[in-house]
Design a protein around this ligand. Sequence first.
Ligand code: DP6
Length: 330
Amino acid sequence: MAETGKRATARAHSNIAFVKYWGNRDRRLRLPANSSISMNLSSLHTTTTVEWRDQFTQDNLTINGSAAAEGARRRVQNHLDALRARFEIDAFARVDSQNNFPMGTGIASSASAFAALTLAAVSALGVQIPEHEMSRLARLGSGSAARSIPAGFVEWHAGDSHEASFAESFAAARHWDLVDVIAIVSREHKRVGSSAGHETAASSIFQSARTATAPERIRSAKSAILRRDFERFASVVEQDSNLMHAVMMTSAPPLFYWAPLSLRIMQAVRRWRQEEGLEVCYTLDAGPNVHCICRAGAADAVANRLRGLSQGLAIASSPVGPGAYILPAV
Ligand code: DP6
């Protein structure tokens, strides 16, 4: 039995996938259809305090100082239920979560949120568990959160059981000076979020081809990262993003996440790389924002060129980040 009556504060960083997670083989356990790889984003993080108390009569969640919306509250409560079952407690929790990136920019992600929540909740119980186990537990809240537990460049092993599905680091953050320069094409809340999208993935005839070839892209992208081979890295990352969006567009119902400006940016990024030798490539998640991955030395040039494509375009930028960690009590 774990103790209650304690609190802890944890910080976790968002991550951007280079080989994407899209579709689950087990929805309840969030066992993904394929393994994925990503890097953490040091500038985008969630800081969460969890306090468990036997006297609380329900779970309570605030996000950026305000009571959370019903959907978010229910999802956090489900995750706390999974942790209560795992650690054999029945106390409720008070959860306060702060994102350092503005909400509603479309770059907010459940990855940093569920990684920070899991680490804070477990630490507040005073129990010590290995990183693999922390990653497995974070996965139950949001698949991509499994990848925000370990540091730097990370692989999430799909696995075919709860035990076998966790993420681990394969290179430290300092290994390669990549930067994610994010073109914020739309601030609108996405109409179909990732959780709903995962459920439609199998309806595309391309999903089985995408998942069957994912191990080869994982090998190729990992080896390009380990050798710091940008050309090879760029071609795998762009292909994998295109493959995921091909699945999305051919699912029933189809999901079109690209905006006209997203496509203009994607074409410009390829031109800058292939014709002008700028080390940059693109990848897009379940939304129209374009993540332009480049070497640190090219980040200012990439941001300036993006602004040149669309006046007033908002841009966020982040180097490679650490894994999730506990903050000292205040
Ligand atoms: C397109 O982890 O957000 O960003 O497990 O339902 O929370 P849930 O989904 P989520 O899916 C991420 C999908 C993606 C690709 C990726 O990050 O690998």
